[in-house]
Design a protein around this ligand. Structure first.
Ligand code: PEP
Ligand code: MG
Length: 574
């Protein structure tokens, strides 16, 4: 029987292949009572399983494959940390002794207790770490049961195998990179889960949050995974199969065709030049940037250098990272955003209590409250400016006094370097992010003191529509096409034009090819996005005719009816 399941697509593309079910050891834990004289042996068995699991994780940590996503090492560190925590490595020993039960059962009980506590956590990111706890427990249980901890990969034509799992650990996913699995699906996981993050960087079609797919799908059943739409079709009939085969080859062809655009200069049909820059999190992302043909880095989210680690990176460590990016980009612009910590990104062990973290001490606010932290980063960026075309970008500005205080700190950092005779670019351009409606409306005033603006639409939408971008419950209200959002974008572009400075969009809107013409029509000529999206956006730029699209874009600014808005967008993209 053919049927369709819906989940959340986290990585695009279409895969057609046979299901390979990944078993879920935790659900199949035996439970038995032990006589007193066997308890010592059971305690030793548990300790041995913990030791084996640690060795496995350490071996994976020591042998990270070349080209592994930047987050992989951090995931393994996190799993080692969870494994070493006494709640998992010591408390089960007490349960074995006090309840006289087998080790697997003691561990499972302790895990259930922990997961119950996770359910009460409000922070979505932390709540999703419960999957990491489950994955670590699974490893230990597999060690206890004498099973190898890695997923047995199907033999034969792996390229057409689709893994169907309840949940997958990042370590398991690394195997896919080496074994060329066609796609995977999981029952659990949200858009910000580790699994989803890894999926995007591995670039295979993948869907999470399918709920009961692992129970419903049988081994070897034929599946179609549409990672774009978040749809799995089980046992498709001939017609559907033929349709998806066609779509799959069109998708592949499109991808190949796009590669030819890598060195094509991005200009509209009527000759307007457009800059397509890349967003990066770490220097490890540079090879992908080079592949994409990006003409610069429009957003280096520098806070990722500070996450998942004990202690802060020193000035020297930061300088080396920034210099590496500047040098690799060989004179193309490299826009380093100063720390955007707070809200959902925290230094290890420094979470600040706040009822509304997105409205709290975040980004430039936090930097101004921690001047030493900021001073160190500014010195590191300025030092790197000697080795390439570095630009400084200030996140989450809301008022002019805040901007002036920031500029004062940059001058102070320059003076300290000059005193030590350390070289830097004295004319390093300084830009401000427009992410708060107040900043968009004050863009003219900001523009007088800045060399460029960059519109962070992810936050601009969040703050304009009062929708927490990390909250699943209001995700459906997150609307880039809301006319109020478009008006703020258009107003900011106009303000920058008047001041004669450049303006870019570096939020997710910039990487959506459906919105390229709209943004061009609103006057945007500078886009920055994940490198994977650059060629698709370039294709839209190359086909665009500005005189044809600006009229429709202007109409969209005044259209409050969502249905009309979508009709206009369709006309724009014809
Ligand atoms: C944005 O808010 O649009 C942006 C680019 O910054 P981030 O996504 O890092 O908050
Ligand atoms: Mg932002």
């Amino acid at each position: 029987m053919s049927f369709t399941l819906h989940g959340v697509g986290v990585s695009g593309g279409i895969a057609i292949g046979h299901a390979h079910l990944v078993s879920h050891a935790v659900l199949e834990v035996p439970h038995y009572v032990l006589p007193k004289h066997m308890l010592i042996q059971e305690l030793e068995r548990f300790q041995a399983a913990i030791a084996v699991t640690r060795q496995e994780l350490e071996a994976l940590r020591a042998n990270i494959p070349v080209g592994a996503p930047a987050e992989y090492g951090a995931f393994l560190d996190l799993h080692l940390l969870i494994l070493g925590d006494s709640t998992l490595s010591v408390v089960p020993l007490q349960i074995i002794e006090s309840q006289q039960v087998n080790a697997e059962w003691a561990l499972k009980q302790q895990m259930d207790e922990l997961l119950e506590q996770f359910q009460k956590i409000e922070d979505e990111y932390l709540r999703e770490r419960e999957h990491d706890v489950v994955q670590v427990v699974e490893r230990v249980i597999k060690a206890l049961l004498g099973h190898p901890s890695t997923i047995p990969l199907p033999s034969g034509s792996e390229q057409s195998r689709i893994l169907v799992a309840h949940d997958l650990s990042p370590a398991d996913m690394m195997l896919f990179k080496q074994n060329r699995i066609a796609a995977f699906t999981t029952d659990v996981g949200g858009a910000t889960s580790h699994t989803a993050i890894m999926a995007r960087s591995l670039n295979i079609p993948s869907i999470v949050a399918l709920h009961h797919a692992r129970e419903i799908i049988h081994e070897n059943e034929l599946l179609i995974v549409d990672g774009q739409q978040g749809v799995v079709i089980v046992n498709p009939d001939k017609q559907v199969l033929a349709e998806y085969k066609l779509r799959q080859s069109q998708w592949e062809l499109e991808k190949q065709k796009l590669k030819r655009l890598k060195t094509t200069v991005a200009t509209t049909l009527d000759g307007a030049a457009v800059e397509l820059h890349a967003n990066i999190e770490l220097p490890q992302d540079l090879p992908q940037v080079k592949e994409s043909g990006a003409t610069g880095i429009g957003l280096f989210r520098s806070e990722f250098l500070f996450l998942n680690r004990d202690g802060l990176p020193s000035e020297e460590e930061q300088f080396l990272a920034y210099r590496q990016v500047a040098e690799v980009m060989k004179g193309l612009p490299v826009t380093i955003r100063t720390l955007d910590l707070g809200a959902d990104k925290h230094l290890t062990g420094t979470t600040r209590e706040s009822a509304n973290p997105a409205l709290g001490l975040r980004a430039i606010r936090l930097c101004l409250a921690e001047p030493q932290l900021f001073h160190t980063q500014l010195r590191a960026i300025l030092r790197a400016s000697h080795y390439g075309k570095v630009r400084i970008l200030i996140p989450m500005l809301s008022s002019l006094p805040e901007l002036r205080q920031t500029l004062h700190m940059i001058v102070h950092a320059k003076q300290s370097l000059a005193l030590e005779e350390i070289p830097f670019d004295n004319n390093v351009p300084i830009g401000g992010m427009i992410e708060i409606p107040a900043a968009a409306l004050a863009a003219q005033a900001f523009a007088k003191d800045l060399n460029f603006l960059s519109i962070g639409t992810n936050d601009l939408i969040q703050y304009t529509l009062a929708i927490d971008r990390t909250d699943d419950a209001v995700a459906h209200l997150y609307d880039p096409l809301h006319p109020s959002v478009l008006q703020l974008i258009a107003y900011t572009i106009g303000a920058a034009d008047k001041a004669g400075i450049s303006v870019s969009v570096c939020g997710e809107m910039a990487g959506d090819p459906q919105l390229t013409r709209l943004l061009l029509g609103l006057g945007l000529r500078d886009f920055s996005m994940h490198p994977a999206h650059i060629l698709a956006v370039k294709q839209q730029v190359l086909k665009a005719e500005l005189p044809k699209i600006s009229g429709i874009a202007q109409k969209m600014l005044k259209t409050y009816d969502p249905e009309k808005m979508h009709q206009l967008l369709a006309r724009l993209n014809q």
